[in-house]
Design a protein around this ligand. Structure first.
Ligand code: FAD
Length: 500
């Protein structure tokens, strides 16, 4: 409520925010989470909370009048369609040189993502975050994160027989035959639920083309794990459909946090300011960086270090698809949750970890799709436009060339050994590489550079960064397990040293 004074305010309810909310409430601290997206708990007219990939409606996208699918073309023809403008669950946020996909709603990215729960290679973690004690991470915080997230492994025997993973087995066999190592990838989607889907004993979700616009069943999203546990303490309040627009020191102490309540059409309903003793920035790499850069430029937090807004990367993301021979079918029924990856990270000339991605259209298309994570050293920064008051990102599509080069080494060889070719029709007319968007925005407020070694913003006691903006642009695998584990590490320290 406008004028309230709260103890701890968390901006955003994704991984960083959910970990923070649970550990603060467990420590006895009343915690208020403010989230710009909706609380996805009410079914629509079709009886479902979320729509699937085949028939996206207004629930799919954040305030757009047409869909903006990552694979926006088929046979080179635009495949997007008109939808109602609504506070949908997936945002494709456009900057001048990149589209950044992000989850919107209570649970953040966990609502829309593929659930792949991957721990980074220890040697690479040590390289990108040298100020963090790796032993503590790998002995304590990664296991803690995996347990609380509900990470599980697929039964390899079931995988070998499952109709819905024909596409993954084909890609695996082709990769192995080309000399590449493959590995199972853990997930937060309940694989035992998926087995029952395949047996037709429960409502289908992963087997009903549900992903990126939400899953109606099976996935252990943050609202069912961390946030549910925080709510069970009785000390959590979550306010959805409120966009935080400003944070500045309050004359009475603490910080004044200004927010706009919005309706489902994005229309402003009310403006509120609350005073918080402590503010935790958990709005994601993009959300947190944008807010801090704007506050620094506007003079509200002018003493923030120059490193704020720097060091953003796309985790080396690039997508690509191959066309298979007519006898190499990928299956009409495809599990929308990936379960396997090609691990070529040890190739010094171009490290690649490529998730074998589904193409769950419901019909046989002979397409093998991949999301490659590469070691792209390119970085960008956030800049405040004094004219418009908006924050842009300096990233240009051409900066993704190192990612293409690395992925091309792997997939050129795969195509050569399999006598197959790239699909050129899915990312644009005659376009092989999906290089102009990312699912993995990272950085902008890097640990031990823009913050201290625990996420505290120097010069502003009581301000903390707890999300993916702390990671330096690249982590080599899908990022949410690392974001969660790092948040576990930092909040433990903050609670013991600052809050007790
Ligand atoms: P987020 O989870 O993005 O949470 C930030 C929250 O803050 C959001 O809910 C947002 O709405 C809210 N917010 C932002 N600004 C404001 C504001 N001003 N006021 C109020 N609220 C605000 N990662 C994996 O590890 N495995 C995968 O399989 C995987 N698949 C993915 C698939 C897709 C389609 C996408 C988009 C992402 C995927 N990711 C995956 C990435 C992963 O989801 C993100 O890395 C992760 O969610 C980031 O966590 P976070 O806590 O930094 O921020």
């Amino acid at each position: 409520v406008d004028g309230d004074h709260v103890n701890a305010l968390v901006i955003g309810s994704g991984y960083g925010g959910a970990v923070t909310a649970l550990r603060l409430t467990q420590a006895g601290i009343t915690t208020n989470v403010v989230e710009m997206g909706m609380a996805w708990n009410t079914p629509g007219p079709d009886g479902k909370i979320f729509c699937n990939m085949l028939r996206p409606d207004q629930r799919s996208y954040w305030l757009r009048t047409s869909t903006d699918q990552p694979l926006g073309y088929f046979l080179g023809i635009p495949a997007n369609k008109a939808i109602g403008k609504y506070t949908g669950v997936l945002d494709s946020e456009r900057f001048s040189g990149v589209r950044v996909y992000q989850g919107r709603g209570v649970g953040g990215g966990s609502l829309v993502n593929g659930g792949m729960a991957v721990q980074p290679l220890r040697s690479y973690f040590e390289e990108v975050l040298p100020s963090v004690d790796p032993k503590a991470m790998y002995d304590t915080y990664f296991p803690r994160a995996n347990a609380a997230l509900g990470v599980n492994y697929i039964d390899p025997a079931w995988f070998e027989a499952a109709e819905c993973y024909r596409y993954a087995r084909l890609s695996r066999n082709q990769a192995n035959a080309s000399g590449y190592r493959t590995t199972f990838v853990p997930n937060v989607y309940d694989f035992t639920y998926m087995a029952r889907e395949q047996a037709d004993t429960v409502p289908r979700s992963a087997l009903a083309s549900e992903v990126i616009y939400g899953n109606n069943h099976g996935k252990r999203t943050l609202d069912k794990t961390y946030l549910a546990a925080a709510a069970a303490t009785g000390r959590l309040s979550v306010t959805s459909q409120h966009v935080v627009t400003a944070v500045k020191p309050a004359p009475a102490g603490g910080y004044a946090v200004t927010m706009t309540q919005i309706g489902t059409g994005g229309d402003p309903v009310a403006r509120k300011t609350v005073r918080a003793d402590r503010v935790f920035f958990a709005a994601g790499s993009i959300g947190t960086s944008k807010l801090l850069v704007a506050m620094k430029a506007a003079g509200a937090l002018s003493g923030l270090p120059d490193a704020v807004g720097q060091g953003w990367g796309n985790n080396g993301n690039v997508m690509v698809a191959r066309a298979n021979h007519i006898w190499d079918t990928t299956g009409a029924l495809q599990a929308s949750m990936p379960a396997m990856g090609i691990d070529n990270w040890s190739d010094a000339a171009g490290p690649v970890f490529a998730e074998i991605a589904p193409f769950p259209t419901g019909v046989e298309l002979w397409v093998s799709l991949y999301l490659a994570i590469t070691r792209n050293p390119q970085r960008a920064r956030f800049v405040f436009d004094t004219g418009t008051g908006a924050v842009d990102l300096t990233w240009q599509t051409a900066q993704n060339q190192p990612a293409i080069d690395a992925a091309k080494r792997v997939f050129d060889r795969l195509n050569a050994t399999q006598f197959t070719v790239y699909r050129r029709d899915l990312f644009g007319p005659n376009k092989i590489w999906g290089d102009d968007f990312t699912y993995h925005p990272l950085g902008g407020c890097i640990l031990n550079q823009a913050t201290d070694n625990w996420g505290r913003l120097p010069g502003f006691p009581g301000l903390y960064v707890v999300d993916g903006s702390l990671l330096p642009g690249n982590i080599g695998v899908n990022p949410f397990v690392t974001i969660t584990a790092l948040a576990e590490r930092n909040i433990e320290k903050i609670i013991t040293t600052d809050l007790s």
